[in-house]
Design a protein around this ligand. Structure first.
Ligand SMILES: [Zn+2]
Length: 217
């Protein structure tokens, strides 16, 4: 299956008229700080993870529920970006994980920045990219956040689906450089350029973060 070509991304905006596209540069001195919030992630690891190729790249389908600030979402899939898509005060982290969430009305993405750390044990992500069915827990890909940024935008690949709720965890996940190299080998430079924020509200919620398993805790 042919993948989208990031060298053509100047043409992608023709698929939407949205003035609220993603990704954006998050400017910490302009965010609205909100009261303490909750993120609860309930993983269903029983069926493992199923890899599937689509035009925007390899996706890892998974099961579980994510509760964010009183709203409940079902996990659909996750994928990686080589080079973060969202910037933080103009700085680009090494990568970004996107966990796509759905409920009856809407789509959301829970994002986590990735950063290289030689002291971290490798998660053997290379194997993740070369199997179709995996016994791999998403838990190892979720940083212990102290808060999250929230704003409304689009998906970052065509057709740039609108009205996406974005939740970006404030703490990056440290990964062994081997794991980042595995991401890069599979998705080299698959980050969309920064879009105008057009004065959009970006909120910051300090968070109590809990990750559990559906059948054990
Ligand atoms: Zn993505």
């Amino acid at each position: 299956m042919a993948r989208i070509d990031y060298r053509d991304q100047d043409q992608w905006s023709q698929t939407t008229r949205s003035t609220n596209q993603s990704p954006i540069n998050i400017q910490t001195n302009q965010v609205q700080v909100r009261p303490l919030s909750q993120i609860q992630i309930i993983l269903n690891n029983l069926r493992g993870i199923t890899a599937k190729e689509i035009p925007s790249g390899q996706q890892f389908f998974c099961e579980g529920q994510v509760n964010i600030n009183g709203h409940s979402w079902q996990m659909e899939r996750f994928h990686f970006h080589d080079g973060a898509e969202h910037l933080l005060d103009g700085q680009r982290y090494d990568g970004e994980l996107h966990l796509v969430l759905k409920n009856d009305q809407q789509t959301a993405v829970l994002g986590a920045w990735l950063v290289a750390d030689e002291n971290k044990t490798s998660l053997a992500l290379k194997q993740l990219f070369h199997a179709n069915q995996l016994a791999f827990s998403l838990r190892s890909l979720l940083p212990q956040a102290q808060g999250y940024y929230h704003y409304q935008g689009t998906l970052t690949t065509p057709p740039l689906l609108e009205n996406i709720e974005w939740f970006i965890l404030d703490q990056p996940l440290a990964l062994n450089p081997n794991d980042l190299a595995a991401i890069r080998a599979n998705f080299p430079d698959n980050h969309r350029q920064i879009q105008a924020d057009n004065g959009r509200l970006v909120e910051y919620f300090p968070v109590q973060f809990h990750i559990g398993n559906q059948f054990s805790d």
